[in-house]
Design a protein around this ligand. Structure first.
Ligand code: GLN
Length: 537
């Protein structure tokens, strides 16, 4: 396609409507028609990136291959589109201002007064177009974080207004709103949608398409009413009613012809077929699965499932692939003790020890690991989970009672997990971890190799500490093998205990690259081991 088309997705009424899922679903449909699509997110907060945010603030921090800490919606984009995102796919207000202020300090504005319009809006527009200018994409879908009417969103909405003017037919705006059901009146209400669209119009944007989030399916009459009040074509009022799984959303949008409507509105021929065969296969597996696989996720953010978004989705994808329902039980690591371990863990087919930072909840992870090891329950340690796996093994198998990570105890005599060399003199916390995809050499005779079927893999990282190589021989002599090594630095990336059925930890985060049509091999292997474990019972 000669010119890149830009689609903007804004949201109104309330947050958490699932703009990211709508953007990802729409991207999927256009991709399935043969177009090259990428999705980016603009977040209106002042942090340079979400890397410094507590998960309670913003859920999981997702990491791109090229090492950017990003919003968790990028995880949805990758899981739906099955193509990697990059640094350019997530921009925050903080980064926009930082760029503008850096230019100002260099004197690039030649004495001008630097203002929100045009300087901030120009920088937003420049960033919106970066991916389009690579020539790699037919469509760039841009999700604007936040809700119309937020003070923070204004410069973004203004930038979209300007771009619409500049890009003409190559630009399209989708607005996502909420249609609540008032139980007392037994009615759905469209007024919040009307107000939200009015607000958008006041800011100079007439949406081309409306997506109405609703609990129940809406009648034609309701959609007609919304169309009339909001100046939108009747067929361009799309509804996104509640479905059991986010992976069904593309089907709902396809049923209403959303992809065709977009192509027509952008003067593009409606060619290519919407071949969602593999997607439907996945949905079919999901719907027809009768048996369950029960996995316990041990972590400290269990009251907030978004904190482990990619892990949840990877487990779900792998279980679905194996035609199982996933029964995911969150086990609060702060509440797990030697005393209640049997009660909380014995019924599980597999245990995943979550990533994380800091001391809080760490003891519960050791309890879970000891129990899993002694009862030979398939266990998967991810990042901090892997580090805990090694510490527990050192304490209870190697007899190094004080073994610890220097993150938790800087004076431990056995620094089995220690700060990486390049981390030692760092003072800046933002964006300074070991981030992004690194190569890993996998030992042939290992569970990891059996899963990946490859000796060379690449997985994404986000950590400051590493397994101390000085303990490698001792661990290996005592049954914990280091089966994945970074070929350039010698850092240990995978550990396994071959004497156990499936006891494996990774310093990297395999959950970041697991997608619907391509579940991560380690998750597939872990779930298979959990199913085998269940069959043995
Ligand atoms: N806190 C550990 C480190 O920095 C692990 C990080 C993680 O689990 N992502 O090395």
């Amino acid at each position: 396609m000669a010119e890149t088309k830009y689609i903007f997705v804004t949201g109104g009424v309330v947050s958490s409507l699932g703009k990211g899922i709508v953007a990802a679903s729409l991207g999927k449909l256009l991709q399935t028609r043969g177009y090259k699509v990428t999705i980016q997110k603009f977040d209106p907060y002042i942090n340079i990136d979400p890397g410094t945010l507590n998960p309670y603030e913003h859920g999981e921090c997702y990491v791109t291959e090229d090492g950017r800490e990003t919003d968790l919606d990028l995880g949805h984009y990758e899981r739906f589109l099955n193509i990697p995102t990059s640094k350019a796919n997530n921009i925050t207000t903080g980064r926009i201002y930082q760029n503008v202020i850096n230019k100002e300090r260099k004197g690039d504005f030649l004495g001008k007064t630097v203002q929100v319009v045009p300087h901030i809006t120009d920088e937003i527009k420049r960033n919106i177009k970066i991916l389009g200018k690579t020539g790699k994409y037919d469509f760039v879908i841009t999700e604007i974080g936040g809700t119309v009417g937020d003070i923070e969103s204004l410069p973004y909405i203004e930038s979209v207004r300007q771009l619409r003017w500049e890009l003409g037919k190559n630009c399209l705006c989708i607005h996502l709103t909420y249609v609540p059901y008032i139980a007392a009146a037994k009615e759905v209400k469209t007024k919040p949608t009307q107000h939200s669209v009015k607000l958008l119009q006041e800011q100079g944007i007439q949406p081309n398409i409306l997506v109405l989030r609703t609990e129940k399916e809406l009648s034609k009459a309701i959609c007609r009413k919304v169309a009339l009040f909001c100046n939108v074509d009747e067929d361009a009022v799309i509804q996104s009613y509640d479905v059991p799984s986010i992976y069904e959303v593309p089907m709902i949008l396809a049923e209403q012809g959303m992809d065709k409507i977009i192509l027509q509105k952008m003067d593009l021929p409606v060619t290519g077929t919407l071949d969602l065969t593999r997607w439907k296969e996945f949905l079919n597996n999901m719907k027809t699965a009768t048996e369950t696989v029960t996995i316990g996720l041990v972590g400290k953010y269990v009251e907030l499932p978004d904190a482990y978004k990619s892990i949840n989705e990877s487990l779900f994808q792998a279980a679905t692939y194996h035609r199982r329902k996933l029964d995911l039980r969150y086990i609060h690591s702060e509440k797990l003790t030697e005393k209640n371990a049997g009660e909380l863990l014995s019924g599980l087919d597999g245990i995943l020890i979550a990533p994380g930072f800091g001391q809080r909840g760490i003891e519960g992870k050791f309890v879970a690991l000891k129990y899993a090891r002694e009862h030979n329950i398939p266990t998967f340690g991810v990042c901090l989970g892997m580090q805990c796996m090694v510490i527990e093994y050192a304490r209870n198998v190697l007899g190094l009672a004080d073994a610890n990570s220097t993150e938790m105890d800087s004076h431990t005599p056995h620094k089995i997990i220690d700060l990486m060399e390049e981390q030692k003199n760092l003072t800046v916390m933002g964006g300074s971890m070991r981030l992004g995809a690194y190569e890993c050499q996998v030992t042939k005779d290992s569970k990891a190799y059996a899963a990946y079927q490859s000796e060379r893999i690449k997985e994404r990282h986000r950590h400051r500490y590493e397994l101390n190589n000085e303990y490698k021989d001792l661990l290996e002599k005592n049954g914990m093998q280091c089966t994945g090594i970074n070929p350039d630095t010698g850092l240990i990336e995978i550990v396994e205990v071959p004497a156990l059925t499936w006891y494996l930890g990774t310093q990297f985060h395999p959950e970041y690259n697991s997608t619907v049509v391509n579940p991560n091999p380690l998750f597939l292997s872990f779930i298979q081991a959990a199913i085998d474990q269940q069959n043995k019972k």
